[in-house]
Design a protein around this ligand. Structure first.
Ligand code: NAD
Length: 260
């Protein structure tokens, strides 16, 4: 049913975004990849996905810290693929420090990549979706869009912000077949959390694996990392017609974190 649609997934060279791109490609969706990484590795990823899934897969570099780059990424996808039917705002970065010590440039970068980029891509993609009267916007927020943790001023502010943005876009398009939802993962083991795992390992005086276990145990009742593939399955579901009535929602997949 999604065959022939086009999805732009930001930050899809790694982690959750990559899993979402692969899952959508398996549904017959043409994919525009984006994100940082080694050009040869990205090309191998792109070509492999195209071959394995029998869909068109493109890659476009864009530094989402820059609003112009974010909007241009949408325009480039539209000109290459004929439109953006599915927009997944997934690119994200992290830095942890107490608020009084939080580096100013880290604040600016996190707000730009984790929040403002989504505004710029949504703003650029909406006119096309509205003209076709169909669209799916999925913002990868976090449990930190719903609750807070210490040392994450910028990340928590950006993720709460994207949950708010999600609701506004949902309301503005509620009478069209355009939905906008946020997915709120708990801990997922990706490069984004590696520094925090290593910091925790050091704090508990254990191995990296012990650090990872300790980190998850603290907040996530399941005591297991959430799997990128499961987040990707939720994203695919949100793109189906069955999910036409889900809009403006913030859906946790967090092993019970926000139930506490
Ligand atoms: P990741 O580090 O594996 O992937 C991040 C992606 O974003 C990469 O492709 C990277 O190249 C890209 N990216 C970073 N800065 C960019 C920029 N300026 N321009 C373009 N691309 C950029 O991390 P992940 O864990 O897969 O994170 C994906 C999303 O999931 C993020 O928004 C993150 O906040 C969110 N999230 C992650 C977790 C977790 O535990 N890993 C939990 C909740 C939410």
């Amino acid at each position: 049913m999604l065959t022939g649609k086009t999805a732009l997934i930001t930050g899809s060279t790694s982690g959750i975004g990559l899993a979402m791109a692969q899952a959508l490609a398996r549904q017959g969706v043409n994919i525009m990849l984006n994100g940082f990484g080694d050009p040869d590795e990205i090309e191998a990823l792109r070509a492999g996905m195209e071959k394995d899934c029998g869909v068109r897969v493109g890659y476009q570099f864009a530094d989402l810290a820059k609003g112009d780059d974010a909007a241009a990424l949408v325009r480039r996808t539209e000109s290459e693929f004929g439109g953006v039917d599915i927009l997944v705002n997934n690119a994200g970065i992290q830095h942890t420090a107490p608020t009084q010590d939080f580096p100013l440039e880290k604040w600016d970068a996190i707000i730009a990549v984790n929040l403002s980029a989504a505004f710029h891509t949504i703003r650029a993609a909406l006119p096309g979706m509205q003209s076709r009267d169909w669209g799916r916007i999925i913002n990868v927020a976090s449990v930190h869009g719903l609750v807070a943790s210490i040392d994450k001023a910028a990340y928590v502010a950006a993720k709460h912000g994207i949950v708010g943005l999600t609701k506004v876009v949902a309301l503005e398009n509620a009478q069209r077949h355009i939905t906008c939802n946020a997915i709120c993962p708990g801990w997922v083991r990706t490069p984004l959390v590696q520094a925090q795992i290593e910091k925790r390992a050091e704090a508990v005086g254990g191995t990296v694996e012990e650090g990872a276990r300790d980190l998850v145990r603290e907040k996530q009742p399941s005591q297991r990392f959430v799997m990128p593939e499961n987040l990707a399955a939720l994203a695919v579901f949100l793109c189906t017609e069955a999910a036409d009535g889900i809009t403006g929602a913030s859906l946790p997949m967090d092993g019970g974190w926000t139930a506490q």
